[in-house]
Design a protein. Sequence first.
Lengths: 349, 136
Amino acid sequence: MSNLDHGKFTRVTTLFHSLLGLDVFLLFFTGYAIMFNDELWWMLTLMGGASGVTAIHRITGIGLVALVIFWITLQIISSTGRSNFSKILPGKDDIDAFIQDIQFVLGRADERHPSARQFGGYKADEVPLLSYIGKGVVFIFSIELTLLAISGLLIWSKTGLAAMFQTKAAAMAFVTFHGLLGVIMLMGVMFHIFEHGMHPAFYPVETKAFIPRSMVPEHHGDEDEEPDTTGIERLSLSPSWRTVSTIFGAMTVIGIVSVLIGSIFDEGYPVPRELAIGGGPSSILLTVGINLGMVVLGVGLVLSMYGNVLRIRWEQQLEEEREQPTAADGGEPQTDGGQPNADDAESEN
Amino acid sequence: MTAEEDLPEVSGYSRVSVLISAVVGLAVAALSLFWAQGLRIGYESLYRVNPSVEGGGIGSDWVFGNTIPALDFLIALIHAADVIMGAFILVMVFIHWAAFQRLAGQMREPGEDVSEAVAADGGSPAGGDGQGGDGA
């Protein structure tokens, strides 16, 4: 009847997501250890001081260039990639989903819009490839990563930058643009981690981005029954969800606010816009806040690894069931509803 | 729980397109590296992480060296973009946080008696396959 919620992406996409995540986390840790070196002095020291941090930042930066170019090429030369393009374009449904999310929060809508739904459950067929947030993530991160890769390379090649901008000061301003540009993505990634780690149905991590669709069964629930609900009322809440989601939500908000304030007052490494600039942490609160933001990123890195652990476990479970197909559920293996939706089969599957 | 026959037949990215993309990605990365750094191996000195004016680092270079006022404006512009996007991202965090709370309210409480909960939606315990949500 419906796809389970976790089978949206191909194996290549899930692997790419993990590699990109790892690379971007390392870029954030090193880049913001430099930009917020007052507040994150320990991180700077831990990664080998200025030399070590800049070396790691460059190595991972080249990794980012390779990953970005790989992905752009793949989307252009493969029919799967080309057919996906229309699925990531924002449409009216996405605006409706945003509005309905606000109504849902205010109690004026009974459920989230299909284009906002993370847990589709019995109604998973209605859920598009990407939610409105997913589309925003794809667009904003694509633009950001491209601009960051280009500006990073220009900064790296001092002569290339000097040739373009003529003055050393202008070249230094580029470093600030690079750092400030990344702040948007840094804040976005914190939200991304919260969104996909703290959904009550998926807590502690939504496996959609880790377990490829080819490994997920096509249907579940009662075969011929038209569902009235997503079926979330049949799921049990994890005992730790309320505490952890509250703490992690607070950390996410504090982290986002702090890096935003830090980026304004620290003026971005290494160029001060004003004559008087701070030589140390602006305040204890800001230092704590920015460090909490880094903890949020650290949790994201751990969850990304955990998602891959779940994929490996899932793979092993499938292997065992292949060896004993009837023993797994005690009945006949199903042979009916496994045909993929035609649209999905053409795109991400 | 899952027989192999339940799994979808998929036609994702072909091996050839993945291979070509990987080669192009690595080649462009290598060319970028060569363009930016050449063949020399080097690293930044501590000088770059010294933004203060007083310390005579890059900060003072900027203060005394910037002859393009427009750069100040551009930096302010990116600050504004950060603030606008930051505020928007915070709104999205709060919306999702609240939505998650409401969704959690629809779920069974930890340790709740399964038979009671199933009675509420009129279903039968037999279909209780979705426990735990991720099924993994």
